[in-house]
Design a protein around this ligand. Structure first.
Ligand code: HEM
Length: 517
């Protein structure tokens, strides 16, 4: 009799648990999305009707794969190829619309004042959360912090990127760039030769981060970078598949490798930090690289506040170091590769840039003062960042019901702010929006567009890119050194195929004919 009642009790418990989970699943996959859709439509927003479980994912992936099959003409707008699904949705539904990331509606914003308002209000519109938590293994750090945590991180990190400090990093930029130029000279051997410059630029920008972040420990820095590249590939795979809660704990091949990489990267950075602390204790200077500056700024903050919690702990410092690679390497190599490609297409601008370089520096080693006086190169880089922004869109999250403009957006919806749409809008930039015309930046960024400032390649508001000056300095130095040594044209084997792998990249590389000068 007693055995019977235990069995009945167990059966009832299992049934209740199953009902609770079943209800939760039904709510996640159907009731919640339908409720949110109703609320969004009541606000006047439009988008595709919700489709069970996958939403727009299948169509989005299909259109993305289709677009990647064909290169485009050099004169074509890149937007339909880079973001085919969002481009079609924006054309169908207007400048604020929603799409379905599985059972979650994502609100898309392309309107400049609204984007600026959202970026300015960093507390209300926080970083996007959700999706596969394993994707966070690539980098967390300040880019993943919000509210008070973000304020603390930003305060400690800012001094490391101060222009005064960047001055001391110029020699490291110079070494990495010289190594690349030497390699190109080894290939061209005094003549003209086809080189896919993209992998070389990627190696150069990663080398710059390894040297500037870790100084003397730069060989270990390189190893971290190799692991981070592999991790990025796995993260992209994970982000492109729908995340079933809990599946990160499954011992799949990908999950296991991601965890292994994460452990090794953390262990290596921890070793570098420990070595640094020992060096410091011996009274030797460690302040010239990003890690040293970060540790220094951290120590000052803790001393000033008299409280250990006001600084970063070792795990947080590790995450910031990982983030430097993630945030600073592919972005800057993307800027440089598109600059070289566009200067091939527009030989008159390549000549103008070279003339300026020779006038300012001649054969002299580039210094920070000269680099900050390169007006033509600055205009060129701005125009490249407008047409080919390395970060095509920024993600945010609506954490609680939020009013914005005339809209009240429901809690739980991710937001996507489309920088590339903004940079390619003829109403903002004029009818020549798709043309490469650095002249539009001749009187500075604020006068480049009609009316409101809509040039946001480094984001905006308080969370604007902390590495902006670092990236511009590195890009200018690299261009000076390249332009002085080589002229370059597009090779007949080059296919114009911009696509995004987190940043905006040339899908089939950048085959240029390099000619030694
Ligand atoms: C051309 C090069 C670069 C571009 C286009 C770029 C773009 C951006 C953008 C758009 C954001 C804002 C993200 C958001 O609001 O969600 C950002 C943030 C950030 N960037 Fe960059 N970036 C570049 C280079 C760098 C470099 C070289 C570093 C460091 C070595 C760096 C470090 C960071 C960090 C740490 C953040 C997070 C700032 C915060 O959340 O407060 N970036 N970047």
């Amino acid at each position: 009799m007693e055995v019977m009642s235990v069995a009945v009790w167990c059966g009832v418990t299992v049934a209740v648990v199953m009902m609770v989970y079943g209800w939760r699943f039904f709510n996640w996959v159907w009731l919640r999305p339908k409720r949110m859709e109703k609320s969004l439509r009541e606000q006047g927003l439009t988008g595709n009707p919700y489709r069970f479980l996958f939403g727009d994912l299948k169509e989005m992936v299909q259109m993305g794969n289709q677009a990647k099959l064909k290169p485009i003409k050099l004169t074509d707008s890149i937007v339909p190829r880079v973001m085919p699904f969002y481009y079609t949705s924006a054309n169908t539904y207007g400048n604020i619309f929603f799409t379905w990331m599985g059972p979650r509606p994502m609100v898309h914003v392309t309107d400049p004042p609204l984007i600026r308002q959202i970026l300015a209000n960093y507390n209300q519109f926080q970083k996007a959360r959700g999706g596969n938590p394993l994707t966070k293994m690539l980098a967390r750090g300040i880019a993943d912090a919000d509210a008070d945590q973000w304020v603390k991180h930003r305060k400690i990190i800012n001094p490391a990127f101060h222009v005064e400090k960047l001055k001391h990093m110029l020699p490291a930029f110079h070494i990495s760039c010289s190594e690349m130029i030497n390699k190109w000279e080894g290939i061209t051997k005094g003549e003209s030769c086809e080189v896919d410059v993209y992998p070389h630029l990627q190696t150069m920008t990663s080398d710059v981060i390894s040297r500037t972040a870790f100084g003397s420990s730069y060989e270990e820095g390189r190893r971290i970078f190799e692991l981070q590249v592999e991790q990025a590939k796995l993260v992209i795979q994970a982000a492109q598949s729908m995340y079933i809660p809990g599946s990160r704990f499954l011992p799949t091949k990908r999950n296991r490798r991601m965890k292994e990489i994460d452990t090794e990267v953390k262990r290596t950075i921890r070793k570098i930090i420990n070595k640094r602390v020992t060096t410091k204790e011996k009274g030797e200077s460690t302040k010239e690289d990003l890690l040293g500056l970060l540790l220094d700024s951290n120590e000052k903050e803790i001393k000033q506040q008299g409280n250990k919690n006001s600084g970063l702990n070792i795990d947080e410092v590790i995450e910031e170091c990982k983030l430097f690679y993630f945030a600073g390497q592919e972005t800057t190599s993307a800027l440089l590769v598109w600059t070289m490609i566009l200067l091939c297409q527009h030989a008159n601008w390549q000549d103008r840039a070279r003339d300026e370089v020779l006038k300012v520096f001649g054969d002299r080693k580039p210094d920070i003062d000269g680099l900050s006086h390169l007006k033509t190169i600055n205009m060129i880089l701005h125009e490249v960042l407008r047409l080919y922004p390395p970060a095509v869109a920024l993600g945010r999250m609506i954490h609680e019901e939020t009013k914005i403009g005339n809209l009240t957006l429901p809690s739980g919806a991710p937001l996507m702010l489309h920088l590339m749409f903004l940079h390619h809008d003829p109403d903002i930039w004029g009818d020549d929006v798709n043309e490469f015309n650095p002249e539009r930046f001749a009187e500075g960024v604020s006068k480049a567009s009609k009316g409101q400032a809509s040039f946001l390649p480094f984001g905006g508001g308080p969370r604007i890119c902390v590495g902006q000056a670092f990236a511009m300095l590195e890009a200018k130095l690299a261009l000076v050194m390249i332009l002085r040594r080589f002229s370059f044209d597009l090779s007949p084997s080059y296919s114009h195929a911009p696509h995004t792998v987190i940043t905006l990249q040339p899908q089939f590389g950048a085959q240029l004919i390099l000619s030694e000068l």
